[in-house]
Design a protein around this ligand. Structure first.
Ligand SMILES: Cc1cc2nc3c(=O)[nH]c(=O)nc-3n(C[C@H](O)[C@H](O)[C@H](O)COP(=O)(O)OP(=O)(O)OC[C@H]3O[C@@H](n4cnc5c(N)ncnc54)[C@H](O)[C@@H]3O)c2cc1C
Length: 262
């Protein structure tokens, strides 16, 4: 790993200033993705700006309609926090299924969402739960935020500070894990809102998270078997695309059953 300078600040403005005044800088949160990428020589930043101690990024609170989670809140905290467990149990469960205890103790929701790994869990929750990503510059709806393979709408130097979820009436997440890492070979999040608004989002199957509209219709019409027709399906040494699609169909049934039984 190359040498780099580490900057720690608990001020959002200072973090931005440090980014602007240093070339080749990256924000660091839990380091669970960034540090392995540096160790493998995939990226070599000269400056790491640790944003995990900034108070704005550590909030976790709710209103009658929304749940706000700071970007630096760790997976473990999301999984076990009573507000998340009562407001959106499907999201608490999703967080409990990420990686292993060590990864959940350090990795953060903001780092995961900013990274947008095609097999990560949070993007499915964010898209199904009508999340809005609040940055130091603007609010970005999940539909506009996740723009493809490891890509988001975040601009150079833009800091994700909070994620604002719309509270559903019911929610459920079902995931089939890749045995070594725990990442999703397929993961399906279902959120049910008033007026029979159903949102289904899928991770691990395409080059990025996507809404599965056929499944949204099938939720209210159980005789339908939703299919996935896309030209960006993932096929790799872990599983071919047909397997992932089939798993998504199975997981959709599991998550639907869970919602109907609750
Ligand atoms: C062994 C292992 C197993 C894993 N299993 C899973 C799994 O099952 N499911 C899953 O979803 N994930 C899994 N992960 C990934 C894990 O969830 C990471 O925590 C996550 O991808 C990144 O979060 P982080 O806080 O560690 O971010 P970091 O590694 O610190 O940063 C990741 C990226 O986001 C950027 N960034 C971080 N914070 C911000 C911010 N506030 N604003 C703007 N940019 C920011 C960084 O610059 C960097 O580019 C696994 C990781 C490991 C090592």
């Amino acid at each position: 790993m190359n040498t780099f300078q580490y900057h720690l600040t608990d001020h959002l403005k200072l973090a931005k200033d440090i980014f602007v005044s240093n070339e080749n800088a990256r924000f660091l949160s839990g380091g669970m993705t960034l540090l392995p990428s540096m160790k493998h020589g995939l990226i070599q930043p000269d400056h790491l700006i640790d944003v995990s101690k900034i108070p704005d990024l550590q909030v976790l609170n709710e209103t009658s309609d929304h749940l706000m989670i700071g970007a630096a809140v760790k997976h473990d905290q999301v999984a076990n926090h009573p507000i998340v467990q009562s407001a959106i149990p499907g999201l608490a469960y999703l967080a409990s299924q990420i990686g292993d205890p060590q990864v959940r103790a350090r990795g953060t929701i903001g780092g995961s969402i900013a990274n947008n790994d095609p097999s990560a869990d949070y993007p499915a929750g964010a898209l199904a739960l009508k999340a809005v990503m609040v940055t130091d510059r603007r609010d970005i709806a999940a539909e506009d935020f996740f723009t493809g393979f490891y890509s988001t709408a975040l601009e150079e130097g833009e800091i994700l500070s909070q994620i604002k979820f719309a509270k559903p009436m019911k929610s459920a997440y079902a995931k089939f894990k890749q045995a070594a890492s725990g990442y999703a070979l397929a993961g399906v999040f279902i959120a049910v809102y008033p007026d029979q608004e159903i949102r289904v989002a899928v991770t691990g199957v395409g080059a990025g998270v996507f809404r599965w509209t056929e499944a949204e219709q099938a939720f209210l019409n159980p005789k339908m078997k939703p299919s996935i027709e896309r030209d960006d399906l993932i096929s790799d040494l872990h599983a071919p695309s047909a397997y992932r699609v089939n798993m998504a169909q199975v997981l959709f049934k599991q998550a639907s059953k869970q919602i109907q039984n609750n």
